[in-house]
Design a protein around this ligand. Structure first.
Ligand code: T4K
Length: 399
């Protein structure tokens, strides 16, 4: 019998600064009296991130959602924006809060990202942009998306909330599309407790973004835009400056954890781990698996609940689909018959715990628990089904 973990194991655990270092640096910030708006910690973090992410233009925000919302605003989008339903609600919300309509496009089973081959069929005269998400840090089909955008004169805003540090053939993920958004929430690989950034190639966006995140204010007498208060403060920026030097080590630890999960789970019937593609530097921010109920013998929901009994708190990111949320379910593009892959993936996905401090023996134990659930629960369930129908048949439906 496998005993439950003594302490809960959550899907993630934030990277935090060394306490003594934080104390020393925090004292300096407090003594300086500059806590918010534009201070030296913010300047330093901008420079650090430009260098780490290998991008030329970067603007900081107090969180990723407001950054994404202002990305739509700065590009002056109109009408409809094509996006994925397999994402966190922040993605379509940032579109809707700009008075635009999200149009949901189905996803690919291999990458869980927007299926670029289905985008063109959704373009109408009202379409102004595409907002793909690099889900779980897995890069989208950037070449195909760029080709479509050029052909139809559309803007591309990548939701790169999960893709900090990811590279494609040596190129930073932040250098694709018109704008990319990174989230620095506590649950992310690199965090500023709450925070986010936009990266972009067009230098002329910088000035307008600065106004937009500061109420639209240009100076004491001029307010050219209707803006938000979306500024990152000095203590958030300090947090980031103390952590940026540890990100590579964190990725290294997560790489080992991912490889261990993959090795343990690849042979388990009904469990699929996503394929790794050539030329991509992953960040291993998430550890998603897909559970095929028919082959595994038990549903994703059943395994999710069973894991809790062992003190393991996996997450069903991203179930329910955004297209099934009350606020979006009546959109024409939310019709589930057009989102078949998304529907299937949302019912199968489970994100297992991953964070640098997770021990390899804990990874082994989590995998052992999953295998144990399969070996101990499938047969009794099959026996019940068989005795009810007196006919042996494959397993369907959840317990
Ligand atoms: N686009 C995409 C694709 C996104 O995934 C997100 C955010 C955004 C945009 C928006 O970016 P931000 O505005 O957040 O910068 C979490 C995060 O709150 C959210 O940032 C993230 N995506 C989403 C995928 O996950 P919840 O509702 O799952 O959070 P919560 O509080 O249940 O945390 C999950 C687990 O993490 C907890 O069980 C324990 C652990 N945890 C969490 C926090 C906050 C900690 O150990 N310490 C902590 O401080 O949304």
């Amino acid at each position: 019998m496998i005993s439950p973990f003594q302490n809960p194991i959550y899907v993630t655990r934030p990277l935090v600064p060394n306490y003594n270092e934080l104390e020393v640096e925090l004292k300096k910030v407090l003594e300086s009296g500059q806590l918010a708006n534009h201070g030296p910690q913010l300047d330093k973090l901008e420079a650090n991130l430009k260098s780490f992410l290998k991008v030329n233009e970067l603007t900081l925000f107090c969180n990723g959602t407001l950054a994404l919302q202002l990305a739509c605003k700065v590009l002056d989008l109109k009408g409809e924006v094509i996006t994925t339903p397999f994402t966190f609600p922040a993605t379509p919300h940032s579109i809707s809060l700009n008075g635009l309509t999200p149009v949901f496009c189905d996803i690919e089973e291999e990458t869980l990202n927007i299926d670029a081959s289905k985008i063109e069929a959704l373009i109408t005269p009202r379409t102004s942009a595409i907002m793909p998400v690099h889900v779980f840090g897995n890069p989208c089909d950037i070449n195909k998306i760029e080709e479509i955008a050029k052909k139809h004169n559309l803007k591309v805003i990548y939701d790169a909330a999960h893709a900090f540090g990811v590279e494609v053939n040596g190129e930073s993920i932040g250098n694709f599309g018109d704008i990319s958004m990174f989230s620095f929430h506590a649950t992310k690989l690199f965090n500023t407790i709450e925070g986010g950034a936009l990266t972009y190639g067009d230098k002329s966006l910088t000035e307008k973004l600065y106004y937009l995140k500061n109420f639209g204010i240009k100076n004491e007498e001029e307010v050219p835009y209707i803006g938000l208060n979306a500024k990152m403060n000095e203590i958030q920026a300090l947090f980031g400056n103390l952590l940026i030097g540890r990100v590579d080590e964190e990725i290294e630890k997560r790489t080992k954890i991912t490889m261990q999960y993959r090795m343990n789970l690849e042979g388990v019937k009904g469990v699929k781990v996503l394929a790794q593609r050539e030329g991509i530097k992953y960040n291993y921010q998430y550890m998603p698996i897909l559970i095929d109920e028919n082959t595994f013998g038990l549903s994703r929901n059943f395994i999710y609940e069973e894991l809790k009994k062992y003190n393991v708190f996996a997450r069903k990111y991203f179930y329910p689909l955004c297209s099934n949320l009350n606020c979006y379910k009546d959109l024409p593009s939310s019709d589930s018959s057009k989102l078949k892959v998304s529907e299937q993936v949302a019912n199968q996905v489970l994100c297992l715990p991953i964070f640098g401090e997770l021990q390899i023996e804990d990874v082994n134990k989590i995998c052992e628990i999953i295998q144990n659930i399969q070996t101990t629960m499938v047969r009794p369930k099959q026996e019940v089904l068989n005795s009810k129908s007196r006919v042996a048949k494959p397993i369907h439906g959840s317990l």
